[in-house]
Structures are given as C-alpha cells and as structure tokens.
Design a protein around this ligand. Structure first.
Ligand code: GLU
Length: 486
C-alpha cells in the first residue's frame, strides 16, 4: 500500500489525495514539527490491525455474502473506541483512516480510549428491518467472537448508516454470547435509553458542534482571524448534509444561538434562502419526501455542491469525506469552516484554504461530541447507575433551604426584593442525567478547544487549528507510549 513519506506535501502525489492519504499528510505535517524519538512517529501513525470478515446471511431464499471491517488503530489505551458505518462505499483504507482519526480525537478530548472504526459494505436502504437485524446480529457475532466487541477491549458506536437500533441489536447479541458478563451493556454505546443508553447521546455530535462554535466565539482574537466579528447571533450558516449530525447542529444553532441557516445541501440538491430556512420544517420534508426537492419558501438548486461555494459566515460540512477538494477549494467563500463530518476537507484543499486565510475547526475536535457522550454512557454502564440518581433530590433540598431563607428575608424587605418565579423554578430543579451530560459535554468542548488554541497562538510555526489539534493529540499518545516504556 502506498504511504506518503514525511516531508512530502499533497502536490507530490500529483492527484487528489484520498481520505487515507489526507490523514497521513496531515499527521506528517504535525510530526515534522515535533521532536519524537526515532520510530515512535511510525508506531503512532500505523494502524495496528484490521480484521476483514466475509459472512453469509440467508435472505430472500438465498445466501447473500457481506464484507465487514473493524480496524484498530492504536491500543495505547483500552478499550478502543469508534463507530461502525453502513455504506456501500466502505473499504479498508477508509475504516483505517477513520480509526486513526478516532485515536487523535479521543486523545484531544481526553476520553480514555484508543482508536478503532468498523464498517459494513451495505446499502441499508435496500433491506427491511428484519433483514437488517439478521445481518447486524451476524456481523456482531463475528466481531464479538474475536473480542472486537467487548466492554474492556473494543466498544463500537453508531456512525453513518447506523443508529440506536443497530446498537441495541449488537449489545443484545453480545449479551447472548456472554450471559454472565455483568458489564455486557458497556460493549457498545449509542444504545437506546431502554437498552442501557444515556440521555443526549443521539444529538451529542450536533450539540458538540454547537458548543465548539460557542467556544470559538468566546475568543475575539480567533473570531478576528476568520475575518468575522460579534457573536453567533445572526451569522449565516450553510450546512451540507441534514443527517443526524447536520440536522442537530443546524437546529441548535438556529434555536439557541440565533444563527440563520441560509443553505442546506442534500443528495438531491440544495435549498437556499438568505432570510434563513426553518431547519425543523426542512427535516420533516426530507423524512416525508425523501429529499429537499419541492420544499416551499426556498430556492432549490439541483447542483447541490455549488451551494458550498455560496457566500456565508460559517460552512458546516456534515456528510461525507472529501466534499471540499482541490477542485472547489479555491472557490469556497466561507471564512470559517467547521468539520462536523470526518475528513470533509482533503489535504490538498486544506492547503489551499489555509493559504487563503480560511479558518478550519478540524473534525477530530469538531465532531468529538459523539465519542464524549459515548464515554459517559460507557461509564454509566460500568457503574450500573444513572447519572444524578444519588444527588439530584439532595441538591434540590439544599436549594429549597436557600430559597426559603431568601423568601423569609424578602418578607421583611418588601416585594421589590422577592425572587422572580422563573429564577425560583429553575434554581429549585436539581440536575438530571440530561443536564449533567450537557454540562460534561460543554466542559469537554471548551477545554479541548483551549488546548488547541494555546498551541495555535503560542507557537509561531503553527498557523492553523488542525495542526495544533494534531500536535496536542500526538503528544498525548506519545506520552502514554512513553509511560508504558515503549
Ligand atoms: N462514530 C462517531 C465518531 O466518529 C462516534 C464514535 C463513538 O461514539 O465511539 O466519532
């Protein structure tokens, strides 16, 4: 397999770098700026192992063969973690690149996992629910048999084409094969709430994108680097892909932050409205009609990709890898790109955009909300208790004491000193699981951003957030290898 040597840039390839090559090139750019002991660079870069499985499932009167993968990139921490995607385009190079990104992502947001990723070559839309269950259970069986699904070894999660339903099947399959494992539920994350999931996991990646942007907009120096000013309020946003991640990111930015979602790009074209689109209404339309075509109150363009190049303040690629490439990068007008998808900007496009001054909030940070809340779910499963169960009422009782005391004092001071009913009800409510998950996610996104920006601002040779993110995470992975005596 071709490898990009350290020191080479994408031009040496004389073609558009693939996703795998892009990850290698970006990694190489960072390690060239580090002082790693000889050999450690290669140890960190290579994917430790990739398991390929071909299995047959009897469907519609005949045996159909499916190909699946689970790549383990780095076991400097265990279990290893990462989603399983269902798509016809899944291949070994792609899962390995995605597994590498998981290693760096987990290190950056300090979730105690190595990186892994899986995939099944399948178009899930071609199968009904029962068939998908048979296929998923069989795939899970093959992985669990080899500890590639295991609470302390390898913990999958949803990715493109999979969700709560598939995770519930996988968890159940593992539990059937390990009937006495008390921690069986921790074998996968992203499960439905009634099967050991956690509140807030479904929207976690989109919520993380929102928190990432909120943190970016807390730093006037960073906003200025993107040539922007002010707050998120009123910013024009174009979203590519209204799947789980894109939909939630766009919805939260519109509802909570006052952003105008001016463009939405989907498989069958794009919608554009400078006044702002109603994300919920577009989402409902897609669910009902299978695409954006025909949606009222917006201009529809059949040439969806062209809308990536429209003027806006923030561009959110939230679907496939490689959508911003050397062909269209020079025409991208957004001054700020946040990579909600994994690998949406190729290494070549990254180079072009950097030279133009575009600020890119990189994937390994921007979409880390998913794995962060997966971490909380895994901890919940291992501790066998819902977050907040012990302290919620106690917290409420203490707040009640203060409120009563304040009420007693305000009786003497007069009505002008009484509490607003809104304050009282908000203050009296103790934090449940969802509030705690949001608080943990927000904290994680703030701290990880600050660790990247510190490197971005402090080191003169670091000109962008992506290389800063790689520097922080490679440094952490290297430190854990050193601690192991490697
Ligand atoms: N598939 C998601 C990702 O790429 C989530 C992984 C996880 O939760 O383990 O980050």
């Amino acid at each position: 397999m071709f490898r990009v040597p350290v020191g080479e840039d994408w031009m040496a390839l004389q073609k558009e770098p693939s996703f795998r090559e892009s990850v290698d090139l970006m990694f190489n750019r960072a390690v060239a700026m580090m002082d790693l002991p000889p050999g450690l660079e290669e140890k960190i870069r290579v994917c430790n192992a990739t398991y390929t499985v071909r299995f047959g499932v009897r469907l519609r009167g005949q045996i159909q063969t499916f190909t699946g993968y689970r790549a383990v990139h780095s076991e400097h921490m265990e279990p290893v973690k990462g989603g399983i995607r269902y798509a016809p385009s899944v291949n070994q190079d792609e899962v390995e690149a995605l597994a590498a990104l998981m290693t760096y992502k987990c290190a950056l947001v300090e979730t105690p996992f190595g990186g892994s990723k899986g995939g099944l070559c399948i178009d899930p839309r071609q199968y009904d629910e029962h068939e998908l269950e048979l296929i998923t259970r069989r795939f899970a069986y093959e992985l669990a048999k080899r500890d590639l699904i295991h609470p302390s070894q390898n913990v999958p999660a949803p990715d493109m084409g999979t969700g709560e339903r598939e995770m519930a099947w996988m968890a159940d399959q593992y539990a059937r094969m390990n009937t006495t494992d008390i921690n069986a539920r921790a074998c996968v994350t992203g499960k439905p709430l009634n099967a050991g999931g956690i509140s807030g996991r479904v929207e976690a990646t989109g919520r993380g994108v929102e928190y990432a942007l909120q943190e970016f907009f807390r730093h006037p120096e960073d906003i200025a680097k993107a040539g922007l000013a002010g707050t998120l309020d009123g910013k024009r946003v174009i979203v590519q892909g209204l799947g789980n991640v894109g939909y939630h990111a766009a919805k939260f930015l519109q509802e909570d932050d006052g952003c105008l979602i001016t463009g939405i790009i989907e498989r069958d074209g794009a919608l554009f409205n400078p006044e702002g689109l109603n994300v919920g209404a577009v989402h409902d339309w897609i669910v009902k009609h299978g695409g954006v075509t025909g949606f009222p109150d917006a201009n529809h363009s059949a040439e969806g990709a062209a809308v990536l190049e429209e003027e806006c303040d923030i561009l959110i690629p939230a679907a496939l890898e490689g959508v911003i490439n050397t062909e269209n990068a020079a025409r991208i007008r957004a001054p700020l790109i946040i990579e909600a998808a994994n690998g949406p900007v190729t290494a070549g496009a990254d180079d072009i955009l950097r030279k133009k001054g575009t600020v890119i909030i990189p994937d390994m940070y921007a979409n880390a909300g998913g794995v962060t809340v997966s971490y909380f779910e895994w901890v919940k499963n291992l501790s066998h208790i819902r977050f907040g169960r012990m302290q919620r009422r106690q917290e409420e009782a203490r707040h009640e004491l203060i409120v009563r005391e304040l009420e007693r004092l305000s009786e003497h001071l007069g009505d002008a000193w009484s509490m607003t009913p809104d304050f009282k009800s908000k203050y009296l409510r103790g934090a449940g699981e969802l509030e705690l998950v949001r608080s943990g996610l927000d904290d994680t996104m703030r701290i990880a951003y600050q660790s990247m920006r510190e490197v971005w601002h402090d080191r003169e040779d670091v000109g962008d957030l992506r290389v800063a993110a790689y520097l922080v995470s490679i440094d952490r992975v290297a430190a854990s290898y050193r601690a192991k005596g490697l």
